[in-house]
Design a protein around this ligand. Structure first.
Ligand SMILES: Cc1ncc(COP(=O)(O)O)c(C=O)c1O
Length: 436
């Protein structure tokens, strides 16, 4: 079948087969930034592993996004917290431009002038000893898992191939085959087996369950300080300290996955600070790349990360000059404390407005910390999370559902109080409209 496809005012013919598309493109395609580019009218060229809102965005600045028709939207997802500093933050953009014209990639086969300064800056910011740079969050988690297993065999003395890591139900740590092997979400896991062994899943926010699961083969407890994808589930303040004590007492590593909770989202550089804990290894990602590119890292104990010796682990892009440059700017921005403060300053207002929605019967419950909230719509309204997000979209606010009728709310930390009010008004109006 042939579909005409208008691309920058030129028409090309797209031949669509069930699982692949063959295009005969015009000789000179316009640049993707051409304002006349229209969205592709069929989807077969793109694997359907996402179902985005029906919107095509073209530019962003701060908390605001603009679509191809010129409509503006307030971003209340912030790239799943990768955009803590907002879209196109001038300091980050300038740094990226300057670095792009100087040096972007050398691979770890050669040193470059930013790698060590970046490592020093990031470890200083996080009060850790050593860092190992990667790219995506899932890679950082994989790295922490590998480091913990290696520590288990070489230092703790666990028999080879017997290491076990305790993880939590409903966690989200990424999409690799090993990570989804211990996911309890069927949509993330089903039909991707055979699964990687070596993980014990226990209920979240249940330190007794962790204690009961520890064996002589346990090498680590891997935990999100707050479960983001699960709906911003905030455990009891004693949870992480209890895990810290269990880890110390049983010669087990505590790994905090701060890829979403870290880097100012909850009002602290690391969320573990909020509850007075220092993990042995911490995974960082998302906002570490300033929303410009994937940048992740594992930071933590030198005696553990130093086991990742020459040739035993690596990444072509991990620690590249561009990533280091952006990471250093992010560290510099976080070092001022401004973004942590912004999240803490608006936390009270966010909580008050959510409490009002509970009082009005529009939401049944909510959880929030810093500028991060999980909001459960009142089931009596009969709205799915998707429908709520569509309602908010029609009111100029972009948010994302998690599961069922739960909305996650995580605007860029540069949001102003009146903009936050606008976003919450859009939520309230959407829910009111369903009731009337
Ligand atoms: C806590 C946590 N860990 C790991 C990841 C995976 O990060 P990435 O999507 O960059 O691989 C995510 C992503 O949402 C996350 O929230």
């Amino acid at each position: 079948m042939l579909y005409p496809l208008s691309y920058g005012g030129q028409v090309m013919r797209v031949q669509v087969y069930p699982n692949r598309a063959v295009t005969s493109a015009p000789a000179h395609l316009p640049s993707p930034s051409s304002p006349s580019m229209v969205p592709v009218p069929h989807r077969s060229v793109l694997a359907p592993n996402y179902r985005p809102l029906d919107i095509t965005l073209r530019s962003g600045e701060g908390v605001w996004l603009t679509d191809i028709h010129g409509h503006r939207y307030l971003d209340c997802l912030a790239g799943y917290s990768a955009l803590n500093f907002g879209h196109s933050h001038p300091q980050l953009v300038e740094a990226a431009k300057e670095q792009a014209s100087r040096l972007t990639l050398v691979s770890r086969a050669f040193n470059h002038d930013l790698l060590l300064p970046y490592a020093e800056a990031l470890t200083m910011l996080t009060d850790t000893e050593t860092m190992l740079p990667m790219n995506t969050g899932a890679e950082a988690v994989e790295t922490a898992i590998k480091a913990a297993r290696k520590w288990g065999y070489l230092v703790k003395g666990v028999p080879e191939d017997q290491a076990d890591i305790i993880v939590a139900a409903n966690a989200f740590h990424g999409r690799t085959t090993t990570i989804i092997s211990f996911s309890t979400d069927p949509s993330a896991r089903d039909h991707y087996g055979p699964y990687t062994p070596g993980f014990t899943v226990v209920p979240y926010d249940d330190a007794d369950a962790v204690a009961a699961a520890i064996t002589p083969y346990t090498v680590a407890i891997l935990i999100e300080p707050i479960q983001g994808e699960a709906g911003v589930i905030i455990p009891a303040p004693s949870y992480l300290p209890s895990l810290r004590a269990l880890a110390t007492d049983n010669d087990v590593l505590l790994i905090a996955d701060e890829i979403q909770s870290g880097l100012a989202r909850t009002g602290y550089t690391l969320d573990e600070e909020r509850v007075g804990v220092a993990a042995d290894l911490i995974t960082l990602g998302k906002a570490l790349g300033g929303g410009l590119m994937p940048v992740s890292a594992v930071v933590g104990r030198h005696d553990v990360l130093s086991l990742m010796t020459v040739g035993t682990h690596g990444s072509t892009f991990g620690g590249n000059p561009m990533a280091c440059r952006i990471g250093m700017e992010v560290v510099a921005m976080l070092s001022t404390g401004e973004f942590q403060q912004r999240a803490r300053d608006l936390e009270g207002f966010l909580g008050e407005r959510l409490a009002e929605l509970v009082d009005d019967g529009l939401i049944s419950s909510s959880r929030h910390v810093g500028l991060w909230a999980g909001i459960d719509a009142n089931p009596a309204l009969g709205l799915t999370g998707r429908q709520i997000c569509e309602g908010m979209q029609s009111r100029g606010v972009l948010a994302k559902d998690t599961h069922g009728s739960t909305i996650r709310f995580a605007p860029p930390l540069v949001i102003e109080r009146d903009e936050l009010a606008t976003a919450l008004d859009a939520l309230a109006d959407t829910l009111h409209a369903a009731r009337s």
